[in-house]
Design a protein around this ligand. Sequence first.
Ligand SMILES: Cc1cc2nc3c(=O)[nH]c(=O)nc-3n(C[C@H](O)[C@H](O)[C@H](O)COP(=O)(O)OP(=O)(O)OC[C@H]3O[C@@H](n4cnc5c(N)ncnc54)[C@H](O)[C@@H]3O)c2cc1C
Length: 435
Amino acid sequence: MAGCEAAWRVARAGGRAVLYEMRPVRATPAHKTAELAELVCSNSLKSEQENGAPWLLKEELRRLGSLLIGQIAPRTRVPAGHALTVDRDLFAAEVTRVLEADRAIEIRREEVTALDPENIWIIASGPLTSDALAAEIGRLTGSQRLFFYDSISPIVDAESIDTSIAFAASRYGKSLDGTNDYLNCPFDKAEYETFLDALLAADSVPAHIPEDNPGEDRVNYFEACLPIEEIARRGRDTLRFGPMKPMGLTDPRTGRRPYAVVQLRSENARAGSFNLVGFQNHMRFGEQQRVLRMIPGLQNAEFLRYGQVHRNTYINGPALLTPALQLRARPQIFFAGQISGVEGYVESIATGLAAGLGAAALAAGEPVRMFPRETAIGSLCAYVSGADPANYQPANITFDLLPKLENPPRDRKLRHAEVCRRALAALEQHLYSHA
Ligand SMILES: Cc1cc2nc3c(=O)[nH]c(=O)nc-3n(C[C@H](O)[C@H](O)[C@H](O)COP(=O)(O)OP(=O)(O)OC[C@H]3O[C@@H](n4cnc5c(N)ncnc54)[C@H](O)[C@@H]3O)c2cc1C
C-alpha cells in the first residue's frame, strides 16, 4: 500500500523510483498473490460518511491526487453502503498494471536485506516485514526500538463514560503529579461474574497468521500481552488478580474497595479519550462493544478503537522519526505504512504519499515539507513522530488525533464537521502556498 503510493508520488514529482517487492520470490504469512497492493484481509477502505475521520483522510488523499484512493479505488469499487469497498483482485491488478507501465518506476522482485547508505530509502515493508530486513532496521534504529507484536487495548471517547459510576483515583493515592491519573470502573461480585461469563462466551477473531504457530491449534501469545479472554480462561479469579485488580482503590459511592476494577488511562496524545488498561483482546468488534459495555460506567461507551492482538512489525516512531517521517539520525531514510506505526490500509497509503513527497523533495535538493497539523494526514505524521514513546501503540485515524477546536460546538456532529472544514481549508492553503 504505502510503497506503491510512495513510488508513484516520486515518479509524479519528476523523480525515478525503484520499488522492491519480495513476493513471489519470498512469501509473507498473509499475502496470497504476487500482485502489488494486495489487501490482505478485509476489502474495505472504511467509511465514506461525510465528516467522519476516515472520510476526511480519504478526502485529503483525493485532493492530494492519490493514485490508490483517488484513481484506483473508484475504478474498482463494489457496492457496500457508506463504505469505500473495492474488488480486491481488480484493485491489486490495477495498481500493478499502472506502476508496471510507469517508465519512471522500476519494479524489482527481490527481498531487501540491507540498505545502501548512498540511496534515499522509503521503508514501507509492512506488518510482515521479512526477518532479514527487520534485523537491518533493528541495527539502524537499535533493536529495542522495533516491535514485533501488537497488543492493542480499546479506546473509548471520554464523553461517553458515565462518571457518576467511574471514579477518578490512582492506586493508594499515588500519582506522578498529585492528580488522579485514572478513571476506575468498579465491579461488585455479581457484576464481575456476569461480565466474566459474557467474556468467556464471546466470539473471537481466529488468529490471522497460523504460520506463526506451526502444528498448533492455539496461538502462543507473549505473556506480557495476553488477551483478556486468555487470562480469563486460566481461572475465574485470574483477571481479578491481574488487569482487574482492585488493590489500593476505594469506590466513593460505597466507601469500600470494589470486587474488581477496570482502569481507564487518559491517552496523552489523544485529547478526550481513555485507554482500557491491559484490556487487549481479540473478540470480534461487535462482541467487544457488547461485552465491554457491561463494564460499570461504560454502558454507553463509544469506542474509538477496538482491541487487537496480531503480528505487526513497527518501529517506535516517536523515539526515531521526524514529523516528515525521516529517521532523525539518518534523514535519507523515510518510514511509511504500518511499519511507521500507523494502522490500516488508508493510513498506510497516506503516510506513503507523505514519504514519497518528502523523498522526492530531498532528491531534488528542496526542503522536505510537513503537512499542516490541522489535517488528518498531518495529524497522523504528528502522532507517529510525537506520541509518548514509552506507551507507543499504532493508531488509526480518529478525531482525537487532530488538534482540538478553540471554541468547539457542543453538538458532536457540528464539531466533527468543523474539524473537517478546518482540515480541508488548511490543506488547500498548504497546496496553494507550495504550488
Ligand atoms: C493478517 C493481517 C490482516 C490485516 N487486515 C487488515 C484489514 O482488514 N484492514 C486494514 O485496514 N488493515 C489490515 N491489516 C493491516 C494491513 O497490513 C495494513 O493496513 C496495510 O496492508 C499496510 O500497508 P503497508 O504498505 O504498510 O504494508 P503491506 O501492504 O503489507 O506492504 C508491504 C510489502 O512489503 C513486502 N516486503 C516485506 N519485507 C520485504 C523485504 N525485505 N523486501 C522486499 N519486500 C518486502 C511485502 O511482501 C508487502 O507486499 C492487516 C494486517 C495483517 C497482517
